[in-house]
Write a protein that binds this ligand. Structure first.
Ligand SMILES: *Cc1c(COP(=O)(O)O)cnc(C)c1O
Length: 366
């Protein structure tokens, strides 16, 4: 049995560090916005090379609060990708803005910057790229477009913690970067958690107010806020894991490259493409094949997990039917019909990878 991720192995490798630190935090009783949250925020800001990070309750909230703090309002248009998790576009709708979905690149699956440029209207205020599966979107081109049209970029970094873009971290190039610590993410905690990174003092102050009921001082509420704070116990876990994130991402790259060296030789399989514009940290290993369904059946028969991320693109989701009437995005639709993801996590062993590759060989060379 090979799972998509093995969270137990990672926990056991850090148990001796995490368990006593949690015990300590339990005894210290500063359960809300305690010292581990502020220490983690500092450590994460240092790692990401940004002035501020603000811990929040989830990646979804990170996106939502970042859009509010970026001034995105009712009727504004936000250009984003349809090939992502629903939360990216939910956040746009939460602030009353309009998600404008544009097509993706066929090889990296990231937002196509030519399509972004073409979708700009007088109502466009922001671009919301996703660094999908851990590979950074083309930030330098997006920054050029954003500057020219006076737009802000909010980065969805839920899958890209630690991905480098020409010496900068994902999440350090837009007006804000939004991270998720959902347990299965590259950097995951033991429940829900999220983080916003920013170099703007003003935005950081605003985000701290927004996450804490719109309160700048106890029982003084300047605006409508939220209860969205990173949990103290989750911060304990994140502080332990942050120290290992580079090693985890390197191990993910090891797994990916072992897959690719074999899969690139097989007929009818397109392994993931690294475009070299940033370091792919392989939150997922996603290939294309016209034999996708047969490959998945063969893997499942051997008790090997596999999955389709994402089977329905956002412009075809019922919830967005009014925003997307008659919208067709052919590249996305083709990718969705052929993509599948293989197990990938730092602890996945070479022998397990080879076992998976044997099954895929059996189908494609069959
Ligand atoms: C996981 C994810 C989110 C949402 O994060 P949560 O912490 O689950 O709220 C947002 N965007 C993308 C691309 C994600 O993968």
């Amino acid at each position: 049995m090979i799972p998509m991720v093995d969270l137990k192995k990672q926990y056991l490798s850090l148990k001796d560090e995490i368990d006593p630190a949690i015990q300590h935090a339990l005894g210290a009783t500063q359960y809300i916005l305690g010292p581990n949250v502020s220490d983690f925020e500092q450590e994460a800001a240092d790692y990401l090379g940004v002035k501020h990070t603000i811990g929040v309750a989830s990646g979804t909230d990170a996106l939502h609060l970042a859009l509010i703090a970026a001034g995105i309002k009712q009727g504004d248009e936000v250009i984003t990708t349809p090939f992502t998790f629903i939360a990216t576009a939910e956040a746009i709708k939460y602030v009353g803005a309009i998600p404008v979905f544009v097509d993706i690149e066929p090889d990296t699956f990231n937002i196509d910057t030519v399509q972004v440029q073409a979708a700009i209207t007088p109502a466009t205020r922001a671009i919301l790229p996703v660094h999908l599966f851990g590979q950074p979107a083309d930030m330098s081109e997006l920054q050029t477009i954003a500057e020219k049209h006076k737009l802000v970029i909010v980065e969805d970094c839920a899958q890209s913690f630690g991905a480098d873009i020409d010496g900068n971290q994902s999440g350090s190039l837009g007006i804000a970067g939004c991270f998720s610590f959902f347990p299965s993410k590259n950097l995951g905690c033991f429940g829900d958690g999220g983080l916003i990174s920013t170099n703007s003092d003003e935005m950081a102050e605003h985000l701290k107010v927004l996450r804490n009921h719109g309160s700048w001082k106890r029982y003084h509420h300047s605006e409508l806020g939220f209860n969205s704070r990173l949990d103290e116990l989750q911060a304990v876990v994140l502080r332990a894991k942050l120290k290992h994130i580079d090693e985890y991402n390197q191990q993910r790259r090891r797994v990916a490259h072992r897959y690719t060296s074999t899969l690139a030789q097989l007929p009818g399989i397109t392994p993931p493409h690294e475009d070299g514009k940033g370091t792919h940290v392989y939150h997922q290993y996603t290939l294309l094949s016209e034999q996708r369904d047969e490959i998945m059946q063969a893997l499942q028969a051997e008790n090997i997990a596999c999955a389709v991320y994402y089977p329905i693109p956002l412009h075809q989701q019922e919830v967005f039917s009014e925003d997307c009437a008659n919208l067709s995005l052919p590249v996305t639709e083709k990718v969705v019909s052929q993509c599948m993801s293989l197990p990938i996590y730092p602890e996945l062993e070479d022998e397990q990878i080879d076992e998976i590759l044997e099954v895929i060989k059996g189908v494609t060379l069959g």
